[in-house]
Design a protein around this ligand. Structure first.
Ligand code: CA
Length: 221
């Protein structure tokens, strides 16, 4: 089960990520609200753990835009002990649950499992293009039935293509999906990830249209 953790406190974020991983979750960790926005648009999560006090965009702002675009992902907010108003505002803004810091990691894991059950198996269905399949919930990718292990960036890139089969994507559109704000983008980084995708899946999985962009053919076989 893939969850997004948004927490700017390095020690706490690290502890949550490690603790949830130990309990079998796949965990992405973002440290500010703007990066959280991007992650939530780029990937499908079973649930999100959202701190309220965040740099760039507050947790409440992230939550409000999430619900404004009708994203139903279950959200658990983290609040400080003395901020009762935050809790109310969070629940009003569409949070499904909350925990007050400090909290027990076992309790966080249990609440997340409950939230995703309540979601009623709303995990997004696998995307299938020809002989290529990608499950956003489990992050499994298979090519001709054979599992393919992709890095996080490679997965994100392939996910973007598979949401738009046959459509030309510009380098800018793809980089938007791959990188959080302020993240350094090497000039060849995209090409490197594409190279790996082609090597791991097959060379024609993504075609380069010089000076235009990139496309995943609709008829992959
Ligand atoms: Ca914080």
């Amino acid at each position: 089960m893939r969850v997004l953790v948004v927490e700017d406190d390095a020690l706490l974020g690290d502890a949550i990520q490690a603790g949830l991983r130990q309990k079998g979750f796949v965990v992405d960790w973002e440290r500010d609200g703007a990066a959280a926005d991007i992650a939530l648009k780029a990937a499908t999560y079973a649930a999100a753990v959202l701190d309220i006090g965040l740099p760039r965009r507050s947790g409440l702002e992230v939550l409000a835009s999430l619900r404004a675009r009708k994203d139903p992902v279950p959200v658990l907010i983290l609040t400080a002990r003395d901020t009762f108003e935050d809790r109310i505002a969070g629940l009003d803004a569409g949070a499904d649950d909350y925990l007050v810091k400090p909290f027990d990691l076992g309790e966080l894991a249990a609440r997340l499992r409950a939230l995703t059950r309540r979601g009623g198996g709303s995990a997004s269905p696998a995307l299938i293009v020809g002989a290529l399949a990608l499950d956003p919930a489990t992050r499994e990718v298979t090519w001709r039935g054979r599992p393919t292990h992709l890095s996080r960036k490679e997965f994100t890139l392939l996910h973007a293509f598979m949401l738009n089969p046959g459509r030309v994507m510009t380098r800018e559109q793809l980089e938007d999906k791959l990188y959080g704000w302020g993240e350094e983008i090497g000039s060849n980084a995209m090409e490197v990830h594409l190279h790996h995708l082609r090597r791991k899946i097959f060379p024609g999985v993504v075609q380069t249209l010089r000076g235009v962009g990139y496309v995943l053919p609709k008829d992959l076989a």
